[in-house]
Design a protein around this ligand. Structure first.
Ligand SMILES: *[C@@H]1O[C@H](CO)[C@@H](O)[C@H](O)[C@H]1NC(C)=O
Ligand SMILES: *[C@@H]1O[C@H](CO)[C@@H](O)[C@H](O)[C@H]1NC(C)=O
Ligand SMILES: *[C@@H]1O[C@H](CO)[C@@H](O)[C@H](O)[C@H]1NC(C)=O
Ligand SMILES: *[C@@H]1O[C@H](CO)[C@@H](O)[C@H](O)[C@H]1NC(C)=O
Ligand SMILES: *[C@@H]1O[C@H](CO)[C@@H](O)[C@H](O)[C@H]1NC(C)=O
Ligand SMILES: *[C@@H]1O[C@H](CO)[C@@H](O)[C@H](O)[C@H]1NC(C)=O
Ligand SMILES: *[C@@H]1O[C@H](CO)[C@@H](O)[C@H](O)[C@H]1NC(C)=O
Length: 249
């Protein structure tokens, strides 16, 4: 073998070795990703938040009924299939003109919210139009109006009456309000909100290595972290944090 060929082979081996070394150095020294997953939580009308257990508040007192068990309500388990209703419960109120506003308030931290109600059509003498407004952090953000279809005594289940998928990942106060110049009915079932769970102890698949104090042992400086804003706006279920192994691209 000519000498220069042997040198070339050795250089080649050395470069491969360095590449492998730097790969492992990066793999070991990169801070552990913070695993963040978008998960849905529910706020049930009766049982409250599936995680925080916080209950919705209903104003004014005495003007609300648990619809599933309401012997005086035109719509109750006699004519509504409980199996179609989330957790088999809903809150019922009718607001007549001049009466105090009916208000449901909840608080949650999340990036999206979906409100689901039962919507009723024509049940004879019952007032079933539904005229609602929605406020987030004291700002009016939406409205919902349903006029019953005449002569159709049907109930529609799990109807999204308000959806907002562009919330900041912060605490929000949210309000559903009913009032207006005509009688209005609400049959509130539940809210789904999307929480960004960033919980290293429960969701990281490589939980065993606590490397938050490892940097001082790394021979090379850290790669710059990915800006978290750009990863956050990517797939909601993707891990937020530095992605290891970019050298293959
Ligand atoms: C949360 O629930 C809403 C409404 O059902 C759905 O559109 C959304 O895809 C869900 N998000 C997640 C992360 O499951
Ligand atoms: C439902 O309400 C009606 C009156 O509107 C009543 O006769 C019936 O007993 C109620 N059913 C239940 C399960 O409370
Ligand atoms: C969602 O909420 C934000 C305020 O947090 C508001 O600016 C935006 O208009 C809302 N979007 C919808 C579709 O209601
Ligand atoms: C959000 O609310 C919860 C519960 O009230 C509180 O513990 C937390 O500190 C709040 N977070 C922010 C960012 O305000
Ligand atoms: C719905 O309620 C709003 C006030 O919240 C009112 O301005 C509007 O006229 C009502 N719509 C109907 C059809 O009653
Ligand atoms: C993650 O590590 C913590 C602390 O070392 C430990 O208490 C916890 O049980 C671990 N969780 C899993 C899922 O391994
Ligand atoms: C990880 O290490 C840091 C710094 O030593 C420590 O404060 C923290 O409690 C550790 N976490 C776990 C889950 O062991």
């Amino acid at each position: 073998m000519p000498a220069h060929a042997a040198v070339a082979v050795r250089w080649h081996a050395l470069i491969l070795h360095l590449q492998a070394l730097s790969f492992w150095t990066i793999a070991i020294c990169t801070p552990p990703p913070t695993w963040a997953a978008a998960v849905n939580r529910t706020i049930d009308d009766q049982f409250g938040d599936s995680v925080t257990r916080q209950l919705p508040s209903y104003q004014p007192d005495g003007k609300w009924a648990q619809g599933s068990q309401c012997s005086g309500c035109a719509l109750n388990s006699t004519n509504i299939a409980l199996s179609e209703v989330f957790s088999r419960t809903w809150h019922d109120s009718i607001c007549h003109p001049g009466e105090p506003d009916r208000v449901i308030s909840v608080v949650f931290r999340g990036t999206a919210a979906h409100v689901f109600n039962l919507i009723a059509n024509d049940f004879g003498g019952v007032s079933t139009p539904s005229n609602l407004t929605f406020s987030l952090d004291n700002e009016l953000v939406g409205a919902f109006l349903h006029e019953p279809v005449p002569n159709r005594n049907s109930v529609m289940f799990q109807q999204a009456v308000y959806v907002n998928e562009s919330l900041d990942d912060e605490n929000h106060s949210f309000e559903i309000r009913m009032n207006g110049p005509t009688p209005s009915l609400i049959l509130f079932d539940f809210i789904v909100y999307t929480s960004i769970d960033s919980d290293e102890s429960s969701t990281s698949p490589s939980n065993s290595s606590n490397t938050s104090n490892a940097p001082s042992q790394c021979p090379f400086p850290h790669l710059p972290s990915q800006p978290s804003d750009s990863t956050r706006s990517a797939q909601p279920s993707a891990p937020i944090g530095t992605i290891v192994g970019g050298s293959s691209s």
